[in-house]
Design a protein around this ligand. Structure first.
Ligand code: NDP
Length: 337
């Protein structure tokens, strides 16, 4: 990286963006993941402009004059929203991504610094529905994604296509990261339309209130059998990996950012850890009439570890979950619920 750089993080108010902000602000200055001399970090939100609009996107680049972009902004949502609004997920995310990359390319030659790197954020949803496991970086385009989120998944896949095309036609240094399931402070804790961990955290909060009000038998109800396995990454660990990618990773090919396959956690273990974090350990039961979803969809982090080094440490799941629950309790009034 050059001695003076401006790093623009789109989606800076979200789960992942706030994870990066936390790490940059709390790690020692000049350290591996801390802020370096000459770096200016900008955490943009939708208040800086609607990135679906090319003019607003261009205005944001004009305002901040970035040299590097970590592009996180996206229309994201749970299964129900993805199934109901397929065209919206496809179109909004296609527009956002195309605008971010084209303004980074700056074909009109607007007077601002050349962009040295763009890292865009994909998701393991981009992978084919029918695929051999574990998922790895070579399988992104090897079959159609699951039909439930094909709008979102195709829009994300196209980022990888764009990255290759910008590299081949213009030599630009655009790449992408593929995180597995993320959780942490600033997540969306909505009771209906959220991912599994923030949804269960909010539900457990309500169960605890019921218990405190005298209903000693109140229990967290977990949809399904609790047996499916998932890889979860703490937003503050993911943040470190994005910061490392920004400084060290110069390949167009996407990189899976995840804990290892041997660190899969069952939904029952999630429920156990969350009830423990709230001080009501074991107060959960399963609604087995509800669907489980896929049993496992493991992704390998072998390429990541070969590059970042095997000494990279992920926060133990229980510890990360406790920090998330503590944050939720301290920020209940302002959290996305
Ligand atoms: P959040 O929903 O927490 O945050 C979304 C961010 O995008 C917010 O900062 C929001 O701004 C911004 N944004 C949304 N639409 C627009 C728009 N039209 N114009 C400008 N800004 C916009 O998302 P996450 O942090 O969870 O996700 C970040 C990235 O990580 C996404 O690309 C997502 O696909 C990816 N990802 C997430 C995973 C997860 O488990 N959460 C898993 C894998 C990948 P504002 O707050 O102002 O509305």
């Amino acid at each position: 990286m050059s001695s003076s750089s401006v790093i623009l993080v789109t989606g800076g108010s979200g789960l992942v963006g706030q994870g990066i902000k936390y790490v940059i602000e709390t790690e020692p200055v000049g350290s591996k993941f801390g802020k370096r001399e000459g770096e200016t970090w900008i955490f943009a939100t939708s208040k800086d402009g609607d990135l679906k609009d090319p003019k607003a996107t261009e205005a944001m680049y004009e305002k901040y004059k970035p040299t590097h972009v970590i592009h996180l902004a996206a229309l994201v949502g749970g299964l129900f929203k993805n199934m109901k609004y397929k065209l919206t997920f496809l179109r909004d995310n296609m527009l956002i991504n195309a605008n971010i990359l084209e303004s980074a390319h700056n074909p009109g030659g607007a007077p601002r610094p050349k962009i040295e790197k763009v890292i865009s954020c994909l998701s393991t949803c981009v992978f084919p529905d029918k695929v051999t496991y574990p998922l790895d970086e070579n399988k992104v385009h090897s079959g159609p994604p699951h039909e439930s989120n094909f709008g979102y998944a195709h829009a994300k896949r196209m980022v990888d296509v764009y990255n290759h095309a910008y590299k081949e036609e213009f030599g630009l240094n655009f790449t992408s990261a593929i995180p597995t399931n993320v959780f942490g402070p600033y997540d969306n804790f909505d009771l209906e339309d959220s991912h599994v961990i923030p949804g269960l955290i909010h539900k457990t909060y309500k169960v605890k209130k019921e218990i405190e009000a005298g209903n000693k038998d109140a229990k967290l109800v977990v949809a399904g059998t609790g047996k499916p396995l998932r890889q979860f990454i703490y937003s503050r660990d993911l943040a470190k990996l994005f910061i490392w990618m920004l400084r060290e990773y110069d390949d167009v090919e996407p990189l899976i950012l995840s804990v290892g396959e041997d660190e899969e956690v069952s939904i029952e273990e999630v429920a156990k850890a969350i009830t423990k974090a709230f001080g009501i350990e074991g107060q959960y039961k399963f609604d087995t009439s509800r669907a489980d979803g896929q049993f496992r969809k493991p992704a390998t982090n072998a390429k990541l570890l070969s590059l970042v080094g095997k000494d990279f440490t992920f926060t133990p799941f229980d510890e990360a979950l406790q920090e998330t629950v503590d944050w939720f309790l301290q920020n209940y009034e302002t959290a996305r619920t």
